[in-house]
Design a protein around this ligand. Structure first.
Ligand SMILES: [Zn+2]
Length: 275
């Protein structure tokens, strides 16, 4: 059985100064983990491909460097909505960021989007940086990884304004936990749905129903490691090797065989990101 972790942040494991700060500090709490040890453990658990997601300019550059010598890893470049304000402080940041889209093994733009739950950056800044990244992905012919939290009412108009029949936007709503209504809007727009450990500890029945309703052809698995550790490993740092717990849970919830779920989500990931 093969699985793809379509969303993890392992490029900052073991680093003291580089990489997005919150992520790096979380890895540091896990003690003596090494990036290659984490990748090996993932491979032993059937995770044959990993996508290392960037969250700001430096973190994206780090992800690109990280994947060059690791056959089963690919990178994305993204400015997380939390980092949008910071990215607009200096006029040189966005052009430098855009130049990374053409680097070797870059398979997507993101994570990008809107996060009105935390609102670490102002809403106008978040919207501007999202629009920039959608335009970049279209120009570079790359899919997008979207992070949208409590902000779909603003997200859909931006998406629709950039989406054309000539060059439709491709991508995934990562860590999807929203309503059936927004699931339908995503599917109408041909987006994929990324599911992670949150599903394993979701208490809300409507939420579980949403995971049941995602067409298998649109489903992607992810860990978002080091965040969002699935049951039964809550309380420890999340790693890509735990993605099997998500796969098991979702297969059982949907009444599908684990083999079918693993094969189809792997095919979906390979097709969307060109792995
Ligand atoms: Zn993430």
């Amino acid at each position: 059985m093969e699985l793809v972790d379509t969303h993890c942040h392992i490029q900052s494991i073991g680093l003291r100064t580089q990489g997005e700060a919150v992520t790096r500090q979380l890895w540091a709490k896990a003690g003596d983990l090494t990036a290659d040890g984490v990748i090996r453990a993932a491979a032993d658990a059937g995770v044959t491909r990993l996508i290392c997601v960037g969250c700001d300019l430096a973190d994206s550059q780090l992800a690109i460097d990280f994947v060059q010598k690791r056959d089963n890893c690919w990178a994305t470049i993204g400015i997380h909505p939390h980092e949008a304000g910071e990215a607009l402080v200096h006029g040189r940041i966005l052009p430098q960021f855009a130049a990374l889209a053409h680097e070797n093994k870059v398979v997507a733009v993101g994570e990008c989007g809107l996060d009105y739950y935390y609102e670490h950056s102002s809403k106008p800044d978040q919207r501007q940086v999202l629009e920039f990244q959608i335009a970049l992905a279209i120009e570079a012919d790359l899919p997008l990884i979207f992070h949208v939290r409590d902000a779909f009412d603003d997200f859909w108009p931006i998406f629709d304004a950039c989406n054309t029949t000539k060059q439709p936007i491709r991508g995934v709503l990562h860590s999807f936990t929203d309503s059936a209504k927004n699931l339908d809007k995503a599917l109408e727009r041909n987006l994929h749905i990324g599911v992670n450990g949150i599903a394993t500890f979701a208490k809300n029945l409507a939420q579980l129903e949403v995971y049941r309703r995602v067409p298998l052809q649109k489903l992607l698995l992810e860990t978002d490691a080091p965040f969002l550790t699935p049951v039964p490993y809550r309380g420890t740092i999340n790693e890509p090797k735990y993605i099997g717990e998500v796969a098991h849970f979702i297969a059982r919830l949907r009444g599908e065989s684990l083999q079918t779920l693993a094969k189809t989500t792997t095919d979906n990931a390979r097709a969307l990101f060109g792995l």
